[in-house]
Design a protein around this ligand. Structure first.
Ligand code: FRU
Length: 451
């Protein structure tokens, strides 16, 4: 048997990011600069399991076709490189720019060896690049934030225009986080702490316009698992106006981060998650990223809520599709019985009627809406979801080792990994109980991003 070439292995995701070889976890330093998206990532360059944490690096112009570059930030005598973020310092507040070359500045956690006998003596440090992220220089004044609490890590930075300051949210320990600000990315002032029971690690913080309703904007704070708070921020204090909210319910979504510096004329807030705990037996790589998703903050009767949907760029991978409209869906019938394949983008609007359940079966694994329970479930995880005017909308992105399911235009998302049986390439749309009706449905086979 010949060994398949890199990126063509049996369990290699075909449109999700994986490291060419070895381990990855959190997305880091997501930033857009000079027409390129940068995806740095927690990487073990030397093995298939977590360790030797290094910032791996990939670039893309469309969020899908990633080209992996040499590792960007590597461990040294100070320690290994944990998660963090990157920003474009357009106003050169830090003085790291070089002539016309604007600096990209990365802030990350240096996990120092445990020499002092303190558990996890982490500090926050900075590096800058003036060649579009290809090479990085550590700041001589590192660390920019000394050790403050046992778990302090994962700095995420955003520009706050009204106060002309950078704002950082940082994980501290247990379920507590901190906010800082800085005029120059080098000198940080501790603003306040925040406890968010049940959450930990990898915070993110950004302002979003409210769509629908009376407009305006709110600040959104997310934890590693994607659960979020909505509130107001005056440059000094984040005042939460909600309890902890949830849009993502899948089994394998963690360490979410959004891109910085997406151009105002684009204006999207795009998030990537590490699909934690996927299994890739026999592969030269381990772990994958989620599809980049666009977040929106929508006005609802309960207040502004996040929705999450795959970025529209996914349509560039569509092969000619199959379309259905106004189709009665009878128990036992499968309108998708002719379709075979592993890579799909499916969108459907279904009138549930009195059906007990309506769902898809993907290579044997069900993604089901249960009308009586008002829940949608997929691969062992489930989310509350209600039919609207007796209809539901489902969107599915299926890759070789993952299913991402989005319900009711992204009100809920279930991001999950699977390891389907190698000889099952079937798709099924099914109902139980009285018939349902497909108002409209489209199913597109997807091309691989790998030539
Ligand atoms: C989250 C995390 C971060 C840390 C990194 C280390 O998955 O534990 O808190 O910076 O991974 O790889």
């Amino acid at each position: 048997m010949t060994t398949p070439s890199l990126y063509h292995e049996a369990l290699r995701p075909q449109f999700h990011f994986t490291a060419a070889r070895n381990w990855l976890n959190d997305p880091n330093g997501l930033v857009h600069h000079n027409g390129e998206y940068h995806l740095f990532f927690q990487h073990n360059p030397h093995g298939l399991e977590w360790g030797n944490m290094t910032w791996g690096h990939a670039v893309s112009t469309d969020l899908l076709r990633w080209r992996q570059l040499p590792d960007a930030i590597e461990p040294d005598a100070e320690g290994t490189i944990f998660s963090g973020s990157a920003v474009v310092d357009t106003l050169d507040t830090g003085g790291f720019g070089k002539g016309a070359e604007t600096a990209i500045v990365a802030l990350f956690t240096v996990a120092r060896p445990d020499s002092a006998g303190i558990k996890s003596p982490y500090v926050q440090s900075l590096a800058s690049s003036t060649d579009c992220g290809r090479s990085w220089t550590r700041y001589a004044g590192n660390p920019v934030i000394p050790f403050i609490a046992e778990g302090n890590r994962d700095p995420k930075v955003v520009w706050h225009a009204p106060t002309r300051k950078w704002v950082m949210t940082l994980y501290l320990k247990d379920d507590s986080f901190a906010f800082f600000n800085s005029p120059d990315l080098k000198n940080w002032r501790h603003l306040h702490d925040m406890t968010v029971p049940g959450t930990s690690e990898c915070p993110d913080f950004f302002e979003m316009p409210i769509l629908g309703g009376d407009g305006g904007s709110k600040w959104v704070w997310t934890a590693a698992d994607g659960r979020y708070l909505v509130g107001s921020f005056d440059g000094h204090r984040f005042t939460t106006e909600t309890g902890l909210l949830q849009a993502e319910y899948g089994r394998n979504s963690y360490a979410v981060q959004t891109f910085s510096d997406i151009l105002p004329e684009d204006g999207r807030r795009i998030q990537i998650a590490w699909m934690r705990e996927g299994k890739y037996p026999g592969m030269p790589f381990n772990q994958q990223m989620s599809i980049p998703c666009e977040l929106q903050l929508r006005s609802t009767p309960s207040g502004p809520r996040l929705t999450k949907l795959p970025v529209r760029e996914i349509e560039s991978l569509h092969e000619p599709g199959h379309h259905w409209a106004n189709l009665a869906l009878q128990p036992g019938a499968n309108p998708l019985s002719e379709l075979k394949g592993d890579l799909w983008h499916i969108r459907a609007e279904i009138e549930v009627g009195d059906a007990a359940q309506v769902g898809f079966r993907i290579r044997g694994e069900a993604a089901v809406f249960d009308a009586r329970e008002g829940r949608i479930s997929c691969l062992g995880a489930s989310a509350p979801m209600k039919a609207r005017d007796a209809r539901i909308r489902l969107e599915l992105l299926i890759d070789r080792t993952s299913v991402e399911l989005f319900g009711n235009d992204g009100e809920v998302a279930l991001t999950s990994c699977f390891l389907p049986s190698a000889d099952d390439h079937d798709l099924e749309l099914f109902t139980t109980g009285p018939p349902a009706r497909v108002i409209s449905m489209e199913a597109y086979p997807l091309r691989s991003v790998w030539p």
